[in-house]
Structures are given as C-alpha cells and as structure tokens.
Design a protein around this ligand. Structure first.
Ligand code: ADP
Ligand code: MG
Length: 382
C-alpha cells in the first residue's frame, strides 16, 4: 500500500491521464529525465487507484540481479486470490518439476523471500514460459484485474545486460509483459532510462513495447518553478524570496526540475541576507548539483563508451556547446574519428540522457545546466 505524500505539485494533467488510461484497462509508460518526478507520479496514481478500490501490485525491480528474481518478486506480490487459479493453470499448460510447483504454491502472495534459494530462482527462469502462460490464462478468465506497477524496469534490463545476460533475455521478458497486456492486464511502467533507446542499442525490435501509451513528465514551467519555490520554502527562505531573488535562482537553475529546485531550498539555511544569494548559488548550489547529479554523466561516459566512442561523444558535445543545437547532417559534416559509429553513439548518448532530440529532429543537451557544466570543464565559451 502506497501513501499519498504532501507537496506533490503541478502534475494533475499527467496524473489524471495516467489514471484514466489504467482505469480503462490500458497501459502506460512514464517517461522523463532523471529526478523529474516519475516515481512520485506513479506512486500518486497507484495510491489513488487503491483508494478507489483497485488492487495494485508494486514491483521495484531496480536492484534485482537475475531474471529469476523478477518472477520471484512477482509471485510474492500476486493477489492472494490467484493462488489456486495459478496452480491449476500451470497444471494445464505444461509439466513443471514437482519441487518447483510446490515452491510456487508456497510462494504466491507471500512477500517474504526467505528460504527461496538460487535453485528455485533458476527454476522460475527456466520455466518462465509455462509460468507466464498460466498467468495469461488467469488474466483471460476476466474478473477484476490488479494493476501492475513496475518502476525502474529499463534500469533492471540494463543491469541484466551489464551482468552478461544476452539481449534475447531482455526481449523475452518484454515480450512476456506485452502478452499479459494484450490479455488485458493494465501496467504502469516507469524508469529514467529510455526503453526505446535501450532496445535500439541492443537491436531488439520496439514492437515488444506494444500497448504502452507513453506519458511524458515535463520540467516545470517558469511560472510553476517560481510557485514551487515559494510554496516549499522554509519560513527563513520565504523572508528572502521576493521576485528578484526567484528570478536570480531560476537564472542559475534554468532547468526547472523539482529535484534541482529542492537542492536550492534544502541548502537555503546558508543564506543570511539577500545579497549573499548569488554567491550561494555559485558556490554552494551548483557544486552540489554537479556532485549529486552530473558526476554520473562522467561515470557513464567512461563505463559505457569505449575509447573511440568517448572521443566522438566529446567532439559532439563540444560542438553542441558552441551551437546549442545540431542536426544529424551537422554532425555528419564534422571530422569524426569513426563516422560509421555516429548513429550508435547518438543512440547511446540519448539513452544516457546526454542529449535529446527536439520535436524538429535536432539534437541538444538534455539540460541547459549540463551544457553549462560541459562548456565549463572543457573550457569552451558558450
Ligand atoms: N510534482 C512534484 N512536486 C514537488 N516535488 C517533486 C515533484 N516531483 C518530484 N519532486 C521532487 O523531486 C524528487 C525526485 O522525484 P522522483 O519521483 O524520485 O523522480 P524520478 O523517479 O523521475 O527520478 C522527489 O523526491 C521530490 O523531492
Ligand atoms: Mg524514479
């Protein structure tokens, strides 16, 4: 059961759209930059659905290390009423080893994973096919269906790849989820990594995402950002937050992502008089944002791109520092070390949120702050 938390602002459109889509029995993929508020939005929607009497299954898969864990978590979270139905459905589909069947019987609807060893998980992964068909069968029987919420699914899939599981494993898992959706199980899936670009980078057709309606979570508008600052400021901060100081803050934090604005508010106790504000933003806030938010771009660059790809990333980002935006042709016209890799590198750069595509099919930094940060450390004048 999820609690409704105070302070959730300006997402009524996305919340309503998501809730209505799920209530109609369709599925949603929540997309948006890191820390923009996807998890909170999903929690909010799920809590409202629960309050109106819907059963919600919550799966946080971020830290699961094996495919078998996914089925283990799912079994643990299935509604109690599914126990007998699932056991008899499995008996219809295909034979399973008795030990595995007994383990499943014991495990359904029980959140504790104690006593379930590696052998059981491997069994679940090996027999994922019949298990999944049995779940399909129950969904098809109709009756009130729960809503399956899966947060950080793309992160989990990326983890599996990093652990050496093949792309086929990813495809199979996503195809299973699609088959459940097609039978009528509504899903709410979210995560900061773009599923589409992840699939593109491992050449899995995006048809496995069938039946998912994307709903995008945007940064706050300028006006919302201002209202957010005023509404969430401490008493101390509020004494200093007049129009000019809000403007100054939003000039320094031009990407109106709630998490970034929170960094300002959470550190505001360091400001005693208004004239300290500018120094505070430059000396306290920006370094904190760089530390907590941007160093992961460095990590990703060195972890996920090989030497020659890194060179290309640097060349492309340097170019964007100067121009702000670029088309694919602009990039193709640059002297690049391995031009043949451009498409793949751009897909990965989007996967990792370095750049995004504008509606006009041009590329730009995903965040203005990221651009300033990159320009600064590369010594480029923006
Ligand atoms: N709509 C919102 N109103 C107020 N604060 C928000 C909102 N969305 C996000 N936040 C703040 O940003 C933080 C990150 O949100 P989260 O949902 O974890 O982002 P994501 O899942 O996209 O990474 C939250 O803990 C909260 O402080
Ligand atoms: Mg999240």
């Amino acid at each position: 059961m999820q609690k409704v938390r105070d302070g959730f602002m300006f997402r009524s459109l996305e919340t309503e759209r998501t809730r209505n889509t799920l209530a109609e029995g369709r599925s949603v993929l929540i997309v948006g930059l890191r820390r923009i508020g996807k998890t909170w939005l999903m929690g909010e929607v799920g809590a409202r659905l629960e309050n109106s009497g819907r059963e919600v299954i919550w799966l946080d898969v971020q830290d699961l290390p094996e495919p078998g864990h996914f089925y283990l978590e799912l079994l643990g979270a299935l509604p109690k009423g599914w126990r007998e139905r699932l056991i008899s459905a499995i008996a219809h589909t295909r034979t399973m080893p008795t030990r595995l069947l007994n383990g499943i019987r014991e495990h359904i609807g029980k959140f504790s994973v104690a006593g379930q060893g590696a052998e059981f998980r491997q069994g679940l992964a090996d027999y994922a096919g019949p298990l999944s068909s049995a779940i399909e069968e129950i969904i098809a029987q109709g009756g009130p269906l729960p809503i399956l919420v899966i947060d950080e699914l793309p992160f989990f899939l990326e983890n599996l790849l990093e652990r050496g599981y093949p792309a086929e494993e990813i495809r199979r898992l996503l195809a299973t989820l699609r088959s459940w959706r097609e039978k009528g199980l509504p899903m709410l899936i979210g995560g900061s990594i773009s599923l589409e670009h992840l699939l593109e980078s491992i050449q899995v057709p995006r048809t496995v995402l069938g039946g998912l309606k994307p709903i995008r979570v945007h940064p706050f508008t300028l006006d919302e950002a201002r209202q957010f600052l005023l509404a969430q400021a401490s008493e101390h901060a509020r004494t200093m937050l007049d129009e000019a100081s809000c403007d100054l803050i939003l000039e320094h934090i031009p990407d109106h992502i709630p998490f970034l604005l929170r960094v300002v508010l959470d550190n505001f106790h360091a400001v005693h008089v208004q004239k300290e504000l500018e120094a505070f933003l430059a000396n306290d806030v920006l370094p904190e944002i760089h530390r907590s938010f941007f160093t992961q771009f460095d990590e990703r660059l060195s972890l996920r791109f090989d030497e020659s790809e890194q060179q290309m990333v640097k060349r492309l980002l340097d170019y964007l520092c100067k121009t702000g935006e670029a088309s694919l042709t602009d990039f193709e016209n640059l002297p690049l070390p391995h031009p043949g890799k451009l498409g793949a590198v751009l897909a990965k750069m989007q996967l990792d949120d370095f750049v995004m595509e504008t509606p006009q099919m041009r590329y730009r930094f995903s965040l203005e702050l990221l651009r300033r940060w990159w320009c600064g450390r590369r010594g480029i004048k923006a």
